[in-house]
Structures are given as structure tokens and as C-alpha cells.
Design a protein around this ligand. Structure first.
Ligand SMILES: [Zn+2]
Ligand SMILES: [Zn+2]
Length: 459
């Protein structure tokens, strides 16, 4: 979805009220640069002739002569080396401490030129003075639900949901065939199933970054004009949604990433990737597991023996470049350890591990419980806290690793060995503390081992 398709939703009657802020921006006083008539010594090279040297507030006031939008720069009398912007607005002279670090700024926004800074400042002052009450109420009646973005989103969601229903029915048939031993109460198990039903409808927060819009833009949350010269609002770098900074706090976590904006597969946030590809799990995980189950389950030391680093990097590049079309078949990578290595690398490269930073310490605490039944219940409870896409990925991986252990006679890999390999791959402590990692290592291993051994009842 492109940014322009968002814009098209705002029209008609709504547009009239939206124009209030737009008109105010047009009416805002324009900057009038008052040049110093004399040569000023010690003028910083990044200021022009609007710099008047060391003068008092009163002198600055006189020079501005009550003209709205007039401005000069001066050096502080009391603190030489400190610079002030003196600006006429609303029949008074406003003084701002001015900073420069390659760009000019008085607050958050950074400007290429003093002229831009003053232009933006005057627009902001004017709009915030004239429409403060209006602005404070902007977010109370959002149009967000009514515009194109939300409609498109709803269509996508309902399409996905209908697919989900079919798939989950299939899943439940298979699980009934090999009825697992009931170790945990049926209540807990039902909770796990409910979680599974939602697996496609993952929540994802928008990834808002301050953005400078060229040409007039309207907020896609409150439908109002986004005023100012630069940094008028924020844009989601995953889906392209444009909103006021103040509105971004109210936008629900319904980001539907645009595949065009997601440059890579590796190192991309897990939920972002699955939403962009509209898949249940990261397709790297599905592809690699499919390949390994087709030809690698009996391979000695599967996941423990490492493949050639360069070849693993090759696979990573192929996924980044070709997505789900990446060819990882035996004709190109006969050594299955390369595929296993690529899968482990995918998990290691995640910005947020499969077992998230938020849940890390809860998992470690659960692992420390000595009573096996209580420990299992505790682990199950923490599993429920994982974001849906993480939960689903972990569930799928554990089903796969369980299959690996069923071939232990050939591959010599049991749940404990796999725990050693996957523990630090699936969970990392929130702070990079070597000591914590060393202490936690045996619990990381234990968690994965327990997840594999009890995959059928835990998920
Ligand atoms: Zn978004
Ligand atoms: Zn807004």
C-alpha cells in the first residue's frame, strides 16, 4: 500500500473542516529578516547578516519595531558565546536560546537554515495560538476507522480469518489422531487452543518515525492538516501510515506492513515479517524445516554440526533477495547442516528473540522451580504471554524438534542436546550481561528441553 492511497480516503465534507488548520498555516505571519546595518565582529560563520552581535533585549526590541514576524539574532550580554533568536509574534518580542550542531534548533526540530526555523516557528506559534482548543480535541473524534486504510485492513483481516478457520480445523484433526497424554488440566489446554485460533490475526504496533512531508498532508488518524515546514508528523516505516505525533499515541496496533517497505527477511522483527508476508510464521522457518524434514532428520549431529559459514550466508542472502522463492534444495546445498545453520542464524539475528526480552526472566524463574508439574504449569503460563506470532513460531519449531528427537538413534540428538543448541538461540537476556548469560545458560537449555519434551501438552 503506497502513501498516496492513504491520502485518497479523506474527502468531501470532512475536507472543509480539515482545511481550518491548512488556512491558518497560509495566514501565519511570514518571517522578516532584519539585517544589521553595520559590520559585526565575531559573527559565527553559520549566521548571516541577521546577526546583530552583543546587544540587549531592549535594543533588540527596538530593532524589531513591532513588526509581526520580524527577527534578528543576538549574542547574550551576560553569557557571551550564547545566541538568542529574537522574534516578534503576537505583539511581543519572544526570545529563544538558539543552538547549532550542523543544524539550527531551539527545540526538537532541526533546520538547515535560520529562515526555515523562523518560518516553522511562526506557523507553529500562530496555529497553536489560534486553534489550541481545537488541537487539544483533535484526537477525540478520529476518522481513522472510516478512511481507506482501515477499510483495506479490514478486508485483509477477514480474508485471513477465513483462511485461518480452515487451517485450524485441519490442525485439530491431526492432534486428535495422536491424542496426547493429559499432563495439564483441560482448562489450561483450552486456553492454549484459543490462543492458536487467533494465530493469523497478530497485533502489531506501528513503527512511527518523525517525518518531513513535501506538500500539504492530512493526518490519517484525525483527518486534520499536518502543519509546519518540516517534521510535521510521523510516518510508520512499515506500512506508511501518516499521522500527527500527538495522534500516533492513539492509533491502534493494527499495522499491516507493506512488503515493499520490508527490505530484508533476516534481522527483521518477527511479527513485522509475518504480517508483511501474510503468513502464519516467518517463511524462513517453514522453508528450512520443510527441507530438513524432507532429507535431514537422520543426519548425524543435526543442528549441532555446523555448516560452512559462507554457505550459510549464501542462504541468508537468498532469503533476503528472493523471499519464499529462495531455492534451498539439495541440488544447491547438498549439506543439510547449511540449512540447519541458516535456520539457527535466522533466530539469532532477530532483533527481539523468539522468547522475547519481556518474558525472558519469567521463563528463567519458571525453570528454577524444582517440582516438575509446577514447573510445567509455570512455563505454560509464561508461554501465554508471548506475542502471537512468536508463540506460533515457537510451537512450530518445537513440534519439529520433537520429530528430530524421534530419530535419536540415527542423528544422536535428544531434547537435552537440542536444548544446548537452541537455548541461547531462542532466548537472550534483555541486557547484554555476560555474567547473567553464564548463570542462565543451564536454565535456557532446560527451558528448550522441557518445551521439546512436552510440546504436545504445552502448546
Ligand atoms: Zn504501520
Ligand atoms: Zn492527527
Amino acid at each position: 500500500m503506497s502513501a498516496s492511497s492513504h491520502d485518497s480516503g479523506v474527502e468531501g465534507r470532512e475536507r472543509i473542516s480539515l482545511n481550518t488548520l491548512y488556512q491558518l498555516q497560509q495566514e501565519a505571519p511570514r518571517p522578516k529578516r532584519i539585517i544589521c546595518p553595520r559590520e559585526v565582529e565575531n559573527r559565527p560563520k553559520y549566521y548571516g547578516r541577521e546577526f546583530h552581535g552583543i546587544i540587549s533585549r531592549e535594543q533588540a526590541d527596538e530593532i524589531l519595531a513591532g513588526v509581526e514576524g520580524a527577527y534578528i539574532l543576538r549574542e547574550s550580554q551576560r553569557q557571551p558565546g550564547c545566541y538568542t533568536l529574537a522574534l516578534r509574534f503576537g505583539n511581543q518580542t519572544l526570545n529563544y536560546r538558539l543552538f547549532y550542531d550542523g543544524k539550527h534548533f531551539v527545540g526538537e526540530k532541526r533546520f538547515e537554515s535560520i529562515h526555515d526555523l523562523v518560518t516553522d516557528g511562526l506557523i507553529t506559534l500562530y496555529i497553536e495560538t489560534k486553534a489550541s482548543e481545537y488541537i487539544s480535541k483533535m484526537t477525540t473524534n478520529p476518522i481513522y476507522e472510516h478512511i481507506g486504510y482501515a477499510t483495506l485492513l479490514r478486508e485483509k483481516v477477514s480474508r485471513r480469518l477465513s483462511r485461518t478457520k480452515n487451517e485450524s480445523r485441519k490442525a485439530s484433526v491431526t492432534s486428535e489422531e495422536n491424542t496426547p497424554v493429559e499432563k495439564i488440566t483441560s482448562l489450561v489446554r483450552r486456553a492454549a487452543l484459543t490462543q492458536n485460533d487467533n494465530h493469523f490475526n497478530y497485533e502489531k504496533a506501528h513503527n512511527f518515525k518523525v517525518h518531513t512531508f513535501r506538500g500539504p498532508h492530512w493526518c490519517e488518524y484525525c483527518a486534520n492538516f499536518m502543519w509546519g515546514l518540516i517534521a510535521q508528523g510521523v510516518r510508520c516505516s512499515d506500512c506508511g501510515l501518516n499521522v500527527h505525533k500527538q495522534c500516533s499515541k492513539y492509533v491502534p496496533n493494527d499495522c499491516q506492513p507493506d512488503l515493499k517497505r520490508i527490505k530484508r527477511v533476516y534481522c527483521c522483527d518477527l511479527t513485522t515479517l509475518v504480517k508483511a508476508h501474510n503468513t502464519q510464521r516467518p517463511m524462513v522457518v517453514d522453508s528450512c524445516i520443510r527441507e530438513i524434514e524432507a532429507r535431514g532428520l537422520k543426519s548425524e549431529g543435526l543442528y549441532r554440526v555446523s555448516g560452512f559459514t559462507e554457505h550459510i550466508e549464501d542462504v541468508k542472502m537468498a532469503f533476503d533477495r528472493d523471499g519464499d522463492k529462495a531455492d534451498i534444495s539439495a541440488s544447491i546445498y547438498p549439506d543439510i547442516n547449511i540449512i540447519a545453520g541458516a535456520l539457527k542464524l535466522y533466530f539469532r539475528d532477530l532483533p527481539i528473540p523468539v522468547i522475547t526480552y519481556d518474558t525472558y526472566s519469567k521463563f528463567i524463574e519458571a525453570a528454577k522451580i524444582s517440582n516438575p508439574d509446577e514447573r510445567l504449569e509455570a512455563i505454560h503460563e509464561v508461554l501465554m504471554l508471548l506475542p502471537a506470532a512468536h508463540y506460533e513460531t515457537l510451537r512450530y519449531l518445537m513440534i519439529h524438534l520433537k520429530k528430530v528427537t524421534l530419530h535419536e538413534k540415527e542423528n544422536f540428538m535428544n531434547a537435552e542436546n537440542l536444548g544446548i543448541v537452541f537455548g541461547p538461540t531462542l532466548m537472550r537476556p534483555p541486557e547484554d550481561s555476560t555474567l547473567a548469560t553464564l548463570n542462565d545458560m543451564r536454565y535456557q537449555k532446560l527451558i528448550v528441553q522441557i518445551l521439546i519434551e512436552n510440546e504436545d501438552v504445552l502448546f
